[in-house]
Design a protein around this ligand. Structure first.
Ligand SMILES: *Cc1c(COP(=O)(O)O)cnc(C)c1O
Ligand code: SF4
Length: 397
């Protein structure tokens, strides 16, 4: 961590490692995508790599690709292998070891797909996977079995079959577009997709899950915002884990989305050595509010293969929530959840504030550890209401 990571300020890290490029190219998202760091030689020409990382990069080739936008790469510390940005996107040899509790499909998505790419787990909403590509790849990705296109399994999609399923299932009122990253699709394709979903009368609410505002804020063009705002009510769930990720470019991109009337939530993953402290989480959620983004979920890291070096205990997550609740703005506090391994869905995990419960009352503790009793309502004794009634009508005291 750097001392400045905890400052509530938004800075640009450009041009950073790309000092020779002109700024016009820098702000072109297509240039950013074309110039992603995705080879060992490119990586080694820019930062001092450790053996653990070098071996990890070689291994990543047939598991989950390495790919990092220049914008995001600029947040990487050149010399510090424990840099919280570096550990999210540069592979390490530890990814090659699968712990006994780990799974290729930790949330049991493949077994809940009535149509390829459509996960229907909850009664009224679906997860619609619309692409297998992202602007950069997170080493802990819960869908690493299918994203990036280099692993053994490929993401099967059939949009027409998905639309047909949604039309037939009138109980679905909420569609969450994810992948991969839906904002990597072109404006035209996204527009067509959203228009098609909006033509289904029972779909009330559409959300897009995207890490593009963080990896590639240049993609949040005025044209994109203009198109998205035609499809309201539309929400966006962004994904950011560390306050350094909230640069001035990211703040401006998020501002354009907010100005287009799009409510935004953030999903973070609790990651060991990256954001597993109250001070880092606090800095993150405060900066998010400044960007008009409401912290939504803090995920316990899924049991994805090769993730032991990035996972924390559940107790550490509870401790972080404990350190936020009461100590800062309620709007700043995400719900901590564990996605039930094998397909249980999101299960909320909270510090225990109700320390006792007996018939008639509960005993609570507040954020400072002080105790309070809250009684159940007292039943009104017989005759009291009659007496009050009489007094109201006949006015005696
Ligand atoms: C996360 C998720 C959703 C959305 O859940 P919310 O709690 O409404 O955000 C829907 N379907 C699946 C399969 C999910 O994993
Ligand atoms: S952006 Fe999302 S889908 Fe893409 S690699 Fe990261 S966590 Fe996975």
């Amino acid at each position: 961590m750097r001392a400045t990571d905890l400052d509530p300020t938004f800075i640009s890290h450009a041009p950073g490692y790309w000092a020779d490029e002109d700024t016009e190219k820098w702000s072109d998202y297509k240039w950013q995508l074309r110039n992603r760091v995705n080879t060992l030689s490119d990586l080694e020409s820019r930062i001092n790599l450790t053996d653990v990382e070098r071996a990890g990069v070689l291994l990543a080739g047939n598991k989950l690709a390495m790919s990092i936008t220049p914008h995001f790469f600029n947040l990487v510390d050149r010399d510090d292998p424990n840099c919280p940005i570096r550990r999210q996107i540069i592979p390490r040899i530890e990814e090659g070891w699968t712990a006994p509790e780990e799974l290729a499909d930790p949330c049991g998505e493949d077994s809940h797909m009535p149509v390829p790419g459509l996960v229907h787990r909850y009664p009224d909403r679906v997860l619609f996977l619309v692409t297998d590509r992202c602007a950069s790849y997170c080493r802990y990705c819960t869908r690493s079995r299918v994203v990036s296109g280099v692993g053994e399994q490929h993401l099967e999609m059939n949009w027409e079959a998905a639309f047909k399923y949604l039309e037939q299932h009138t109980e679905v009122r909420d569609v969450l577009l994810s992948g991969g990253d839906p904002l990597l699709l072109s404006d035209t394709i996204l527009d067509r997709l959203l228009t098609r979903l909006r033509s289904i009368p029972h779909i009330q609410f559409v959300r897009i899950g995207s890490r593009i505002p963080i990896f590639l804020p240049q993609r949040i063009t005025p044209e994109l915002c203009q198109m998205l705002r035609k499809h309201h009510p539309l929400f966006i769930s962004i994904h950011t884990n560390h306050p350094r990720e909230l640069t001035s470019e990211v703040r401006d991109g998020l501002g354009r989305l907010a100005d287009a009337g799009i409510p935004m939530g953030n999903q973070s993953v609790l990651l060991r050595g990256i954001n597993d402290s109250v001070e880092v989480q606090k800095a993150l959620v405060h900066k998010l509010l400044m960007c008009r983004v409401r912290p939504y979920y803090l995920y316990q890291c899924d049991l994805i293969t090769g993730s032991t070096h990035l996972r924390t205990s559940v107790a550490e997550g509870v401790e972080i929530i404990e350190g936020l609740r009461g100590h800062t703005t309620g709007y700043a506090i995400p719900q901590y959840v564990i996605d039930g391994p094998g397909g249980g869905g999101k299960i909320p995990i909270n510090p225990n504030y109700m320390i006792d419960s007996v018939p008639g009352k509960v005993t609570l503790r507040n954020y400072e550890g002080n105790l309070f009793e809250y009684p159940d309502p007292t039943p009104v004794p017989d005759g009291v209401m009659e007496k009050l009634h009489h007094r109201a009508l006949h006015g005696c005291s």
